[in-house]
Design a binder for this molecule. Structure first.
Ligand code: GLN
Length: 215
């Protein structure tokens, strides 16, 4: 399983390390061709407006095609990039996560903090850095982690997003959940390929009639 980490800016290396610890092969993605080699993508934290500038219109369109099809996990600025609607200020999103997200939503006093939230009912350390907040979630969006009353990690199909930085804590559960999503997607793709092609017994029957003397 090969995971790409978008490496245009931000803390991509901490993601690389965590994913490798969990057994994934990691590619640091700097060129659009590299998207062809990967089974899933992590968009790290950083500054979402800078990501948009660095991607340019073409990069943005290519990334949009990718995230519609393959599993993607965005943290902080990455979560902002995946959203349908971005506030404070308004900004383009890739539109694959049906949420409204507000940038820098904790105000100046709380620029960064480490707090304890919950993932699947058990405590999880969460590092917030100039973090956004999910203000509204569409009906297809599932909450996978909370901090106080706020949803802080969500999933919609193959797309996952967190407003905190799981790569900066020791706990590997959030990345492990993403790798599980990628694994399931790979299985679905393989099944789809088997279903759309001829079945194994048809292939063997064909082989036998083409080479009757062989078996
Ligand atoms: N404040 C940044 C933004 O709006 C996100 C911060 C982060 O990724 N740590 O894009």
């Amino acid at each position: 399983m090969t995971i790409g980490v978008l490496a245009l800016q931000g803390d991509f290396d901490a993601h690389r390390q965590r994913l490798e610890e969990l057994g994934a092969k990691v590619v640091l993605v700097r060129k659009s061709e590299q998207l062809d080699e990967i089974d899933g993508l992590v968009i790290p934290g950083g500054e979402s407006s800078t990501f948009l500038k660095l991607l340019g219109a073409d990069g943005f369109e290519t990334l949009k095609q990718f995230v519609r099809v393959k599993p993607t996990f965005g943290t902080c600025a990455g979560a902002i990039l995946l959203a349908n609607e971005v506030e404070n200020p308004k900004q383009a999103g890739l539109g694959v996560l049906d949420v409204r997200i507000r940038r820098n939503a904790y105000g100046r006093q709380l620029e960064s903090s480490i707090r304890e939230g919950k993932m699947n009912g058990s405590p999880l350390e969460m590092v917030f850095i100039r973090a956004p907040k999910f203000e509204q979630l569409g009906t297809g969006v599932e909450v996978i982690a909370t901090e106080g009353n706020d949803p802080v990690a969500v999933r919609q199909g193959n797309v996952m997003a967190a407003t905190f930085h799981p790569e900066l804590s020791e706990d590997p559960r959030v990345h492990a959940a993403f790798l599980q999503t990628v694994k399931e997607d790979l299985v679905d793709r393989t099944m789809g390929m088997l279903e759309s092609g001829p079945s194994l017994s048809e292939v063997l029957k064909h082989e036998r009639s083409a080479h009757p003397d062989k078996l």
